[in-house]
Each structure stands twice: as C-alpha cells, then as structure tokens.
Design a protein around this ligand. Structure first.
Ligand code: PMP
Length: 288
C-alpha cells in the first residue's frame, strides 16, 4: 500500500504518517471520526457528514481543525491523490497531544488525520443475500450520538458474532433495539410501515438513515420513528441496516429466525436503488 495520507496540514506517505504516543486519541479515545463514501468519483451525502462532524466536535469541545471550504477541498484532493473512484474517506480529529492526564486544558491543538480506502462500495454481495444478525446486550457508553472512536465494545461483539457465523450484532437496551455495531437498523412491518428507532443519545444519528427516511417519505412510505423490540423485528416483513459504506443492506435473519421470506425485500431494494441513483446525481464530484 502506498497511499498518501493527510496529517496535520501535510501530505505524507502512509508509512511516514505518525502520531504521538501522547495523543489523547491514543490514550483516552478522545477523538471523533467521519466516514464518507465515494461512488463513481462523487462524495456521498457530504453535507450531512460535515454537519455531524461539527456536532461531534462541539460536543467534546474540540475546535474544527480546518475551515469548512478547506475541508471539502481536502476531501477532493485526497481522493484525487489516491485515485479513488469508488471507496471511502476516513477522517479523525483528536483533542491533541499532552502529558497523560485525565484533565485537559481548554485549548489544545487537535490532531487531524485523513486517509482513503479503496472499496467496491457499489458491488456489495450482501445486497443480494442479506445479513444474518444476532442480538446482544447494549454495552456502550451513553453518549452514542457523538461519533467517537471508542469502538471497542462494538468491535468485540461483532468479532465474536462473526466467529459464530453471524454478519453483525444488534444492541438491545431495556428490551428495545438501539442499532447495529456500525449501522442503523430499520424494519418494515407486515402493514408496510417503515419503523426506525427515534433519535436520542441512545444511537448514532446516521447520515444515511436521515437520507433514507427522507427518500422513503418522498416515495409515500409511512415512516414511524419509535423504539421497537426484537420480537417486533422478527415478525417484520423486511429489515435492513443503513450506513455510509453499506447504504441499504437487507437483514434476513435475526437470532436464527428468518425475517419475511428470508430474501431481499422489495422495499429495501427500492430504497437502495433510489439512494444510489440520487447520490450519483447529487453527490459532490471530487474532480472539478
Ligand atoms: N450507528 C453506528 C454505531 C455507526 O458506527 C454508524 C456508521 N459509522 C452508523 C450508525 C451509520 O451512520 P452513517 O449512516 O452516518 O454512516
């Protein structure tokens, strides 16, 4: 791999991109991130990711590392420098570097990193087969609307589930599903209503979730934002997850129970198609 990485104002070869061991991102997971997909040279849902980046930074009291206009230019440039037509841009901002101390000063200089990953975003085999998921107890901290890098609990549960033959996990708290390890979870009832967890600090406010709900309403689907149980999900006619790199991916099995007829449902398929079509036309091109 010979990617060019952006690190604190400089373009560097990935092998030379080094962050201090005293960085609070490393010592305290005191950092937030965003992931933006690129399809056919277009940034997917960029304005939403920018808005959430600002909310996450505000919530932790970390300054925006660069001006907004520069951030968009950096997205375009990193895609161009790495020849990414289809893939993703990862960005992370940590509070910065200081001697290890639980207490941090008000003003610190953030550490800002961006890198790309090539991924065949539009060629996802799970769009054809659907996912098999498993419910597990919610065990993350309570401010899940902030997109922090403290992903250990999710990583441990997903790895465990993968080794047991599941594709992902669904977190359950007080009898209700919050979300998947790195995606929002939605069901379509037997009556054709799209039900998704309402927004709160219980879950990440997915950018793809927001766009899909908007498109669903435009397509005259009835949408309900409320908590729902694993039992309601197992009785659904369709289920799917949404995220920046998986878009709309069907879920066909939950705790071994088949959802609907076990195949990719028509509503999931239609929302995926509409979303791709919209982003291919409305996405911001990385080449000017
Ligand atoms: N929930 C969690 C916990 C996530 O990590 C993600 C993806 N990062 C999502 C939901 C989906 O959010 P988005 O659509 O903005 O990628």
């Amino acid at each position: 791999m010979d990617r060019t990485v952006y690190l604190n104002g400089a373009w560097v070869a990935e092998g030379d991109a080094k962050v201090s061991v005293f960085d609070r991102g490393f010592l305290f997971a005191d950092a937030i991130y965003e992931v933006t997909a690129i399809i056919h040279g277009k940034l997917v849902d960029y304005p939403g990711h920018l808005a959430r980046l600002k909310r996450s930074l505000d919530a932790l009291g970390i300054a925006m590392p660069v001006a907004e206009a520069e951030l968009l230019d950096l997205h375009k440039e990193i895609a161009r420098r790495n020849g990414i037509e289809d893939g993703l841009i990862y960005l992370q901002v940590s509070r910065g570097v200081q001697d290890r101390d639980f207490v941090f000063p008000e003003a610190m200089e953030p550490t800002f990193v961006m890198f790309t990953q090539t991924k065949k975003v539009l060629d996802n085999p799970k769009w054809k087969t659907g996912l098999s998921v498993k419910t597990v107890p919610e065990g993350r901290w309570s401010d899940r609307q902030i997109k922090t890098v403290q992903l250990l609990y999710s990583s441990l549960r997903k790895t465990e589930a993968n080794r047991q033959g599941y594709d992902d996990v669904l977190f359950v708290e007080n009898g209700h599903i919050t979300e998947a390890s790195s995606a929002n979870f939605h069901i379509v009832t037997q009556e054709g209503v799209l039900v998704t967890r309402d927004l709160s600090n219980a879950l990440l406010h997915g950018i793809t979730r927001g766009s899909i709900l908007h498109l669903a309403r435009q397509a005259d689907l009835k949408v309900e934002e409320r908590a729902f149980t694993p039992e309601e999900a197992k009785a659904a006619s369709e289920a799917f997850v949404t995220s920046a790199t998986s878009f709309v991916t069907p879920v066909v099995k939950m705790d071994g129970v088949t959802i609907g007829n076990g195949e990719v449902g028509p509503i999931s398929r239609r929302l995926l198609d509409i979303y791709i079509r919209e982003q291919l036309s409305a996405g911001i091109p990385v080449a000017d």
